[in-house]
Design a protein around this ligand. Structure first.
Ligand SMILES: Cc1ncc(C[n+]2csc(CCOP(=O)(O)OP(=O)(O)O)c2C)c(N)n1
Ligand SMILES: [Mg+2]
Length: 490
């Protein structure tokens, strides 16, 4: 059944049936900055803004495959070529999107690969920090097992994504992490002592001991504090990128998230906003195969995450996340495009979570041990990068053992110091959200103090907290002066 349309017939029929308006961009507002005549109150004031934005969206949709003589449907989203064929898009492309790689498994450069050159100094710094991350993970993990900290989460297997992406950014770029990216902080100069202070929740922790271990953050280093609810950082990053754009800063926002994070609505809203607002941002998805015990096959049916970029109108690439040179080169190029063209870029880095999800997880319960072993040994990103720097004669066994021995010593020292530092004041648990403490929080604070007093053995003894000893009736009498008294004491 062939149907023949003419451009005018189609347009007039749709107009008549749907009551829609089809306007060419030029007819919408030839000069978006010249306000239309106010018609009535608020609406009149809003008109220039609304029309100005609509004009842009029409512009954005213009296709490149419309040729002279084609039958075309002109609609507010742009011009589309018409087709007499009823053709559904297939649910997937015939071929999966390929993965950009520079180093093979044995650390040898793949012939013909394009990558950004790095100096010996930079390569050694990158390698040393990947090792630092490994040693840090081993020691903090052991500290958790010994009961010295309450929780920990390693980045084992994802050292290249952490360090090589950090190396490709500048310190002005604002980072919004998920939680498996402490390597960026490390690269920016967060000390082992600062990591230890946060994990031990002591007085020197910038979060004042109010967060679980690994929820690092640093104002100074442009690294937003880790937030437990998955994917909430992604729209925040887009907002920050928009503000960088408005302030015309020579920087971008960069946000990290896992494959699991892409199943949250926040991911989709953020991608769409970033594309429509043309903001300088890099989205890096660490597709490590698992969201705790949920495999990617239960997260999405699409060809991974990279294909979603195009659906939102975002330039995208899939890379080997265990190849430090590929990560460095791709993030470097992405940053250039994001900043100079003011546009979002999506990077899907394929990797594997080679450790348990966290200290609350045992991944051998839901995945084969030999698969974990394979990724931990022959596919380890740090070992691969070491092979490359050794081939260049930039590294040897003596350097390796000196580095690891020193790091171990430094970390053990940092832990010992962190453990001895006082805990933050109990009072701090309730501050920094409201200017003035609301009554429900004051009540919670009083209740907590009463509980600690009643059951001292159930609470840590190293939280400095002087008790307000008072009987219930006396407390009642003094209620009005309580806040003043309390805030001066503790
Ligand atoms: C909104 C929300 N839902 C569920 C959780 C529980 N949770 C914590 S981590 C996680 C898995 C996230 O997986 P992924 O994004 O792939 O990151 P990965 O751990 O693999 O690095 C889940 C479901 C949470 N923290 N927040
Ligand atoms: Mg994951």
């Amino acid at each position: 059944m062939a149907t023949h349309f003419t451009k005018t017939r189609i347009l007039s029929r749709v107009k008549a049936n749907k009551g829609l308006w089809f306007l060419r961009p030029s007819t919408l507002l030839s000069n978006p900055s010249s306000p239309t005549k106010p018609q009535n109150g608020n609406l009149g004031r809003l008109m220039p803004f609304v029309l100005g934005r609509r004009y842009k969206s029409v512009e954005a949709g213009d296709p490149c495959n419309v040729e002279d003589g084609d039958q075309v449907l002109d609609f507010p989203g742009g011009r589309v070529a018409l087709s007499p064929e009823m053709r559904f898009l297939p649910e997937s492309a015939e071929e999966r999107i390929s993965c950009y790689r520079v180093l093979d498994d044995s650390g040898q450069l793949i012939e013909g690969s394009t990558f950004k050159d790095i100096s010996k100094e930079l390569a050694i710094k990158m390698y040393s920090q990947m090792v630092t991350l490994q040693v840090m993970d081993t020691i903090f993990y052991e500290a958790q097992r010994q009961g010295r900290i309450s929780f920990y989460l390693t980045s084992i297997g994802e050292e290249a994504i952490n360090i090589a992406s950090a190396a490709a950014l500048t310190g002005d770029d604002v980072v919004f992490p998920q939680y498996r990216e402490p390597g960026i902080l490390l690269w920016r100069g967060f000390t082992l002592q600062e990591f230890a202070n946060q994990c031990f929740g002591n007085k020197a922790d910038y979060g004042k001991g109010r967060q679980m271990p690994i929820h690092y953050g640093s104002n100074k280093l442009n690294y937003f504090t880790v937030s437990s609810p998955i994917a909430t950082q992604i729209p925040h990053a887009v907002g920050a990128a928009y503000s960088l754009k408005m302030e015309k800063r020579n920087a971008c926002a960069i946000t990290f998230f896992g494959d699991g994070g892409t199943s949250e609505g926040d991911f989709h809203a953020a991608m769409n906003f970033a594309a429509v607002m043309d903001v300088p941002i890099i989205f890096i998805c660490r597709n490590n195969g698992w969201a705790i015990s949920t495999p990617t096959s239960e997260q999405f049916k699409s060809d991974g995450v990279v294909v979603r970029g195009q659906a939102y109108g975002i330039r995208s690439i899939r890379i080997d996340g265990n190849d430090a040179l590929a990560v460095y080169s791709a993030v470097h190029a992405a940053r250039d495009m994001a900043v100079s063209e003011c546009r979002p870029i999506l990077i899907e880095a394929l990797t594997f979570r080679a450790g348990h999800h966290s200290t609350s997880d045992d991944s051998t319960k839901y995945r084969p041990a030999d698969e974990i072993e394979l990724w931990r040994t022959s596919r380890d990103p740090t070992a691969r990068f070491r092979k490359w720097i050794e081939r260049n004669d930039w590294w040897c066994d003596v350097d390796e053992s000196a580095l690891r021995t020193n790091l171990r010593k430094e970390l053990l020292h940092a832990i010992q110091v962190a453990e001895k530092v006082e805990k933050p004041l109990l009072k701090e648990l309730f501050t920094d959200v409201y200017d003035e403490l609301p009554s429900n929080l004051s009540e919670q604070e009083r209740e907590l103090r009463r509980l600690i007093e009643k059951h001292p053995s159930d609470f840590p003894t190293d939280v400095p907290c002087r008790w307000l000893v008072m009987s219930a009736s006396l407390e009642h009498l003094l209620m009005s002066s309580f806040y003043l008294f309390d805030s001066q004491m503790i």
